[in-house]
Design a binder for this molecule. Structure first.
Ligand code: FES
Length: 169
């Protein structure tokens, strides 16, 4: 190795300078475009909004199915989604709002759907069953309880939000 310094030629100096300046300019133009492109992903989802679903005085101790729609924004895609819940009043006069989505493979459960097992939710896909409180019946395909909707009562109206597994509220 020689200890001699290699002088930078004029051509090399221009190459380095133009590459550096070009890189800064490209980054300056691309940054806003990237921000614009991923903006919907960074937006907070409106999926957690509570929606008015029923009047509290129409609820009984018998589960009733209520359907409602929400506007769902999934990044760039906006759609109207129908949601459903089985809602009833417990013996303690508390409101229970259960998701109808079976925890086995996602079919829809029905209250008293199986005449052999009245007072239970029944999933017709693989004979899954749940007790009235949404807990899965042992030795049937579902291995978890039905999700529960977050809910709020305002001036006699029941509002429902997202359904979550038990223990997540
Ligand atoms: S999807 Fe409900 S029992 Fe299989």
């Amino acid at each position: 190795m020689s200890g001699k310094k290699q002088p930078v030629s004029r051509r090399q100096f221009l190459n380095y300078t133009l590459t550096g300046v070009g890189g800064f300019m490209a980054a300056g133009m691309l940054a806003p475009m990237v921000r614009f492109a991923i903006d919907p992903v960074l937006q907070a989802s409106s999926g957690g909004d509570l929606k008015a679903v029923a009047q509290v005085d129409e609820l009984t101790t018998e589960p009733q199915r209520f359907d409602w729609t929400i506007d769902q924004v999934d990044a760039w895609y906006e759609s109207e989604v129908t949601k459903s819940a089985w809602v009833y009043k417990t013996d303690n006069d508390e409101i229970m709002a259960l998701s109808p989505v079976c925890k086995h493979l996602g079919c829809v459960v029905n209250w008293q759907g199986d005449p052999d097992h009245p007072e239970q939710f029944f999933c017709p896909c693989h004979d899954g069953r749940y007790y009235k409180d949404g807990v899965n019946v042992p030795n049937t395909p579902p291995n978890a309880a039905l999700d529960v909707f977050e809910h709020e009562v305002r001036e006699g109206t029941l509002y429902l939000g997202n359904a979550k597994p038990r223990g997540e509220f």
